[in-house]
Design a protein around this ligand. Structure first.
Ligand code: GLN
Length: 221
């Protein structure tokens, strides 16, 4: 889990609770031997500046070109081919255009029910999305699969908008506009680790337990 800034600690604990070992990545050598990478939410501009200054930029760019990666919120921004107002270019491995902060400011953060076809195909229910100064996915490139949709009129700024993509996948690269690590629902992490990264997870209790509200006040964006 990239651990320069943001809510990497929650991702580390979710991955570990699924029985998969995980380490915080702060230096290039930490990438050696990793099977997959998670880019957390936080502040994409800060992460880009920090990775430029500590030598992580090129090693990360080459990792995300060849290995499974999950980016959430700011992490999605880092993966996108086009993102508004960034100080350095993003990695450009996921063909989507994202508009940063397009749902509004911190105070406009919201949670909303999502349709997640990859979970529903496995017989599960939808997912509760927590959005904190989230990027809005404005364009989805050809060959990019939508793995999560925000239902029409589902709360938050932009209410009344039609169904819109909030999670996308292109091969081994997955980007989510929301924060699955801030819910008690482990299914999206389990799906990424197994279906995308080809790892095995412990038979955990993945049941939908929407205790996201308790996590919201501590969230950082
Ligand atoms: N607004 C942040 C950015 O532009 C993303 C917020 C988040 O990751 N929760 O990087």
């Amino acid at each position: 889990v990239l651990a320069l800034q943001g809510d990497f600690a929650r991702h580390l604990s979710v991955v570990r609770s699924l029985g998969v070992s995980a380490i915080p990545v702060t230096l290039p050598e930490h990438l050696d031997g990793l099977e997959a990478l998670l880019l957390p939410g936080g502040e994409s501009t800060t992460m880009l500046k920090l990775m430029e200054s500590n030598g992580l930029r090129e090693p990360l760019a080459s990792f995300v070109r060849s290995r499974p990666v999950l980016g959430t919120c700011a992490g999605l921004i880092l993966l996108a081919t086009e993102a508004s107002a960034l100080p350095h270019s993003s990695f450009g491995v996921l063909d989507v255009t994202v508009e940063r902060n397009a749902y509004g400011r911190q105070i406009d953060s919201f949670s909303a029910p999502l349709e997640v076809p990859v979970l529903e195909a496995a017989g599960g229910a939808g997912f509760h999305g927590v959005f904190i100064r989230a990027p809005r996915i404005r364009r989805v490139g050809s060959g990019v699969e939508v793995v999560a949709w925000r239902a029409p009129g589902a709360g938050g700024r932009g209410e009344g908008a039609g169904r819109e993509p909030v999670g996308v996948r292109h091969g081994r690269v997955v980007g989510l506009a929301f924060h699955p690590e801030l819910t008690a629902d482990l299914r999206l992490h389990a799906w990424f680790l197994t279906a995308v990264a080809g790892l095995r997870v412990a038979a955990a209790d993945l049941a939908h337990r929407p205790s996201f509200a308790a996590a919201m006040p501590g969230a950082r964006a």
